[in-house]
Design a protein around this ligand. Structure first.
Ligand code: ADP
Ligand code: S3P
Ligand code: MG
Length: 167
C-alpha cells in the first residue's frame, strides 16, 4: 500500500520514510530527490534561478507520477500548498502527518548539513512562523493519521506507522 508522509521541513519525512521502507522491505521515493535528478542541480539553486512557482509545478508533476507508487512516498513539506496536490493526496490510501513543534523543527533543520532549504535559509524565526502556521491546518486536514514526532526517534515513528498499517 502507498504510504505518504507529510509535515513541515525537518519533520522527518525523508528519514522516517527511508527507515520504514527498510523495515518493511518496500521501496521509498523521495520526491525532492526525483526533482533534483530531473533539474540536475540542488533545489536551492533552482529556487534562485527559476523561483518557487516553477518548483511547485515540478512538484505536482512528480507527485502525479508517484500517486500509485507501491511503497513509501516522502514529498517536500510544501506539497500540501497546491489545490491539485491536495486532491491527489486525499485520494491516496494512507497519509500520515509527522507533526512537530516549531522549536524542534528549527533545531533539526539547523543541524542538518545535508540539505539547504531555501525557504528557511537565513530567515528570522518570525518569517519561518509565517510559512509554518498557515500550513498546519492543511497537513491536519489532508492526513488520515497524525503522529507527534517531537520526542520520538525516527525508528519509533516508523514502528508506529507499521502499527497503523496493521490495524
Ligand atoms: N524524529 C527525529 N528526531 C530527531 N531528529 C530527526 C527526527 N527526524 C528527522 N530528524 C533529523 O532532522 C533532519 C531533517 O530530517 P528529514 O528527514 O530530512 O526531514 P524532512 O524530509 O521532513 O524535511 C535530519 O538531520 C534528520 O536526521
Ligand atoms: O516546505 C517546503 O516548501 C520545501 C521543503 C523541502 O523539502 P523537505 O520538507 O523534505 O525539507 C523542499 O521541497 C523545498 O526546499 C521546499
Ligand atoms: Mg525531505
Amino acid at each position: 500500500m502507498t504510504v505518504v508522509l507529510l509535515g513541515f521541513m525537518g519533520a522527518g519525512k525523508t528519514t522516517v520514510g527511508k527507515i520504514l521502507a527498510h523495515k518493511t522491505k518496500r521501496e521509498q521515493v523521495d520526491l525532492d530527490q526525483k526533482i533534483v535528478e530531473t533539474i540536475n542541480m540542488p533545489i536551492a539553486e533552482y529556487f534562485d534561478k527559476y523561483g518557487v512557482e516553477a518548483f511547485r509545478k515540478l512538484e505536482t508533476q512528480v507527485l502525479k507520477e508517484h500517486m500509485d507508487f507501491p511503497g513509501i512516498v516522502s514529498p517536500g513539506g510544501g506539497i500540501i500548498l497546491e489545490r491539485e496536490n491536495q486532491k491527489i493526496l486525499k485520494e491516496m490510501p494512507l497519509v500520515v502527518y509527522l507533526q512537530t513543534n516549531l522549536d524542534e523543527l528549527l533545531s533539526r533543520i539547523n543541524q542538518d548539513n545535508d540539505n539547504d532549504r531555501p525557504l528557511v535559509h537565513d530567515k528570522a524565526i518570525e518569517e519561518i512562523k509565517d510559512i509554518y502556521l498557515p500550513r498546519v491546518p492543511l497537513y491536519e486536514e489532508i492526513a488520515d493519521y497524525i503522529i507527534d514526532t517531537t520526542d520520538k526517534t525516527p525508528e519509533e515513528i516508523a514502528d508506529m506507522i507499521i502499527e497503523i498499517e496493521g490495524d
